[in-house]
Write a protein that binds this ligand. Structure first.
Ligand code: NCD
Length: 310
C-alpha cells in the first residue's frame, strides 16, 4: 500500500518489501546527503520534531535530511522550555503539533509513547526512540550500512553485543535481521539479556538465534559485530548499573582474529565499549553508519511525505 502518510512506530510496521524500498531510496539519496547534488523534493513540507530525551545524531540527521531536500523543521528540543513542563499530556502536545506540521518525529523516555502519539496525531508519526522500546529509523540506517558493506542482508552472521535488555536499537534491529534471514548471536551480561517478548518474536519468525559467552570465538566467525552502550538512564538503581559497567570492551586484541570483512557497528554514542584504537581499523563502520542516517531519513521522509524517494 505504499509508505505515503504512514506512521513508523515499530519496525514491525514495515514489511520486508517496504524496508527494501527505503534502502533503495537511501542509495539514491547519498549524493544529496553528501551535498554533491542539490534537491528540493521536500520543498514546502514542514517536519515537527519533539525530542523529549537527549539526542545528537537522530535529531540532527532528521533536520539535515529535511533541510538538504528543501524542507523545513520546527522543534521542541528542551522539554523544560515547553508546556510539557506545565504538565500538558502527550496526547495534547501531539495533537497540536500535528495541526501545525506535515509529520512528527518523537523521542520519548516511555515505552509505548510512539503508539500513543500516533493515535493523537492526524499526521504521520515517526518514533525516534521510545524508552527501552523501539527505534525503527535506526534499524533502517543499520541495514543500509550492512547492505552497503556486503551488498546483501541475507545470510549475514551478526553478533549483538551489550545491553540487549534496555537497548531499543537492538530490539528493532533483531526483528529486521530475522526478516532478512540473518543469523543472530547474542552476547550480553547475564542481567542484560534480550527481553523474552523480543526473543519470542524472533523464534516466531523462525530465526536462528544463539547466545554465547565466548566473545572471541563468536567474533572470529561473524560478519557484523553490533555493539551497544549500557543504557544507564534506564536502570532504576545505580548500584545495578555499577555491577555491569565496563563489563565488555571491543579492542584491537578482540578483533585480531576476525575475518577481514567483519564490520564493527554502534548506534553511538559510545562510552567505554569500543576502544578509540579501533577507529582507525578497516573494521570500524560506526561513523559511516552515523552518516548514513541522513540519506536513510531523506528516503523515509520522502516516501512518507510524497510517496516517492528519487
Ligand atoms: C541510540 C538511542 O538513542 O537509542 N542512539 C541513537 O539514536 N543513535 C543508542 C544509545 O543511546 O545508546
Amino acid at each position: 500500500m505504499g509508505l505515503k502518510g504512514r506512521d513508523v512506530i515499530s519496525i514491525r510496521d514495515l514489511s520486508r518489501d517496504e524496508i527494501e524500498e527505503v534502502l533503495k531510496g537511501t542509495r539514491r539519496m547519498i549524493p544529496y546527503a553528501e551535498g554533491t547534488k542539490v534537491g528540493d523534493q521536500l520543498a514546502g513540507r514542514l517536519l515537527m520534531l519533539a525530542f523529549l530525551e537527549p539526542s545528537t545524531r537522530t535529531r540532527l540527521s532528521f533536520e539535515t535530511a529535511m533541510l538538504r531536500l528543501g524542507g523545513k523543521v520546527a522543534s521542541i528540543t528542551d522539554p523544560a522550555l515547553s508546556s510539557v513542563k506545565k504538565g500538558e499530556s502527550l496526547h495534547d502536545t501531539m495533537r497540536m503539533l500535528s495541526a501545525y506540521g506535515d509529520a512528527i518525529v518523537l523521542r520519548h523516555p516511555n515505552e509505548g509513547a510512539g503508539r500513543l502519539a500516533a493515535q493523537a496525531s492526524e499526521k504521520p508519526v515517526i518514533n525516534a526512540g521510545d524508552g527501552a522500546g523501539q527505534h525503527p529509523t535506526q534499524t533502517l540506517l543499520d541495514l543500509a550500512t550492512m547492505q552497503e558493506a556486503f551488498g546483501t542482508l541475507s545470510g549475514l552472521r551478526v553478533v549483538l553485543l551489550g545491553d540487549l535488555r534496555y537497548g531499543r536499537t537492538v530490539h528493532s534491529l533483531a526483528h529486521a535481521l530475522a526478516l532478512f534471514g540473518a543469523e543472530l548471536i547474542l552476547a550480553s551480561p547475564p542481567s542484560l539479556q534480550l527481553p523474552e517478548e523480543v526473543r519470542e518474536d524472533l523464534e516466531h519468525q523462525g530465526a536462528t538465534v544463539r547466545e554465547v559467552d565466548q566473545l572471541h570465538q563468536a567474533v572470529r566467525d561473524s560478519d557484523v559485530l553490533y555493539v551497544t552502550r549500557i543504557q544507564r538512564e534506564r536502570f532504576a538503581d545505580e548500584a545495578e548499573y555499577a555491577k555491569v559497567a565496563g563489563s565488555y570492551r571491543v579492542d584491537a586484541a578482540l578483533l585480531s582474529g576476525a575475518k577481514q570483512r567483519l564490520i564493527v557497528m554502534h548506534p553511538l554514542p559510545r562510552t567505554t565499549e569500543i576502544a578509540p584504537e579501533v577507529d582507525g581499523s578497516p573494521h570500524a563502520a560506526y561513523f559511516r553508519q552515523a552518516f548514513l542516517g541522513v540519506p536513510t531519513r531523506m528516503a523515509l521522509l520522502s516516501l512518507i511525505l510524497t510517496g516517492k524517494a528519487a
